[in-house]
Write a protein that binds this ligand. Structure first.
Ligand code: CP
Length: 335
């Protein structure tokens, strides 16, 4: 495996093989599988789960890792192309990224969306500029529009819970958050659920529609897998017989890059906090999913988050197991 960048690059059989490997590594640890292998981890954006789970995954497989991020005592990093570096930054990513990559056998990179231009973020301009600098196998640890490690872990969580791939009813819901957040998780979660063959409903208020191209990719993936995709702003209609609600806040696509415009829209939507009455017409055991971090009492009520519907800790642990499978395949793990 040269890159783990998007679940759509893999067939459903290949994804199932990765998930079987994740289950096998959980049940039968292989503490020497990646002995002598090194994973470089470049975090240009903050993290808790991704940062910790990749390091834990490498240790559990007998390898090692190191982390570089701008808030460490490294030289100030310049990211802009074609710039005269006469300001504070002492090092350009054009040197820094290949140097970091050269110390490892694979590299994980996290760089959130700039959220200035939807077109540039949709084209993954910044992430591509980074991966174009290296020949090393790489893992997308969250880019402008993708979070494949989260998607693989969430697919595993759905399997673990026995949520059917075909015919399973999955609601991806926008939720209130005081800040405009990236589109990576909602976009890639939608594509994951569609590729898994589920009947997916995107529940979002006006102004927060996902980009047409993302909706179309999801419809195509659903069609290939026997699922379906629709969208609505009607909560009751969306939640009818739902088996899973996956909550996430995201930026307004109508006001993308316009902080004040986005704020004006979202400030009217404070009641989009997932709470028990949302589940009135869902299936009795409808689950609550979220990638974390999550704001209590803002995105989701405390009783839902702490109650039996919530599987957020299960999802987070599956990050480590899913990544162990990816690393095992990418770095040629020996049992
Ligand atoms: N879900 C997720 O990627 O968490 P972190 O941002 O903490 O890594």
């Amino acid at each position: 495996m040269k890159a783990f960048n998007d679940l759509a690059d893999f067939t459903n059989d290949e994804i199932q093989a990765l998930l079987e490997l994740a289950n096998r590594l959980d049940a039968h640890p292989e503490p020497h599988a990646l002995q002598g292998k090194v994973l470089s981890l470049l975090f240009l954006s903050p993290s808790l789960r991704t940062l910790a789970s990749f390091q834990a995954a490498m240790v559990r497989l007998g390898g090692g890792s190191f982390v570089i991020s701008p808030d460490m005592s490294i030289h100030g990093l310049e990211t802009r192309p074609g710039i005269v570096m006469d300001g504070a930054a002492a090092e350009h990513i054009r040197e820094a990224v290949p140097v970091i990559a050269s110390y490892g056998d694979a590299i994980g990179i996290r760089a959130f969306a700039e959220r200035k231009s939807l077109e540039a973020d949709m084209a993954e301009t910044e992430f591509r500029a980074l991966t174009d600098l290296i020949d090393t196998p790489y893992i997308n640890m969250e880019s402008a529009m993708g979070h494949p490690c989260q998607n693989l872990a969430d697919w595993k969580t759905l399997d673990d819970l026995g949520v059917p791939a075909n015919g399973g009813k999955f609601v991806l819901s926008w939720a209130y958050h005081p800040r405009a957040l990236p589109l990576a998780v909602p976009s890639s979660t939608l594509r994951m659920a569609a590729q898994r063959g589920m009947d997916v409903t995107v529940l979002r208020p006006e102004g927060f529609e996902l980009p047409d191209a993302i909706m179309q990719q999801a419809r195509d993936a659903a069609e290939a897998s026997g699922g379906s995709v629709r969208e609505t702003e009607d909560r009751r209609e969306a939640m009818q017989d739902a088996q899973v609600i996956y909550a996430k806040s995201w930026s307004s696509t109508q006001c993308y890059g316009d902080r004040l415009g986005d704020e004006k829209l979202r400030n009217e939507l404070i009641d989009w906090c997932v709470d028990e009455p949302w589940f009135e017409n869902a299936q009795d055991d409808c689950r609550f999913m979220h990638c974390l971090p999550v704001r209590r009492g803002v995105v989701v009520s405390e009783p839902v988050l702490d109650g039996p519907r919530s599987v957020v800790i299960h999802e987070a642990r599956n990050r480590m197991l899913a990544q162990m499978a990816v690393l095992h395949q990418m770095l040629g793990g020996q049992s």
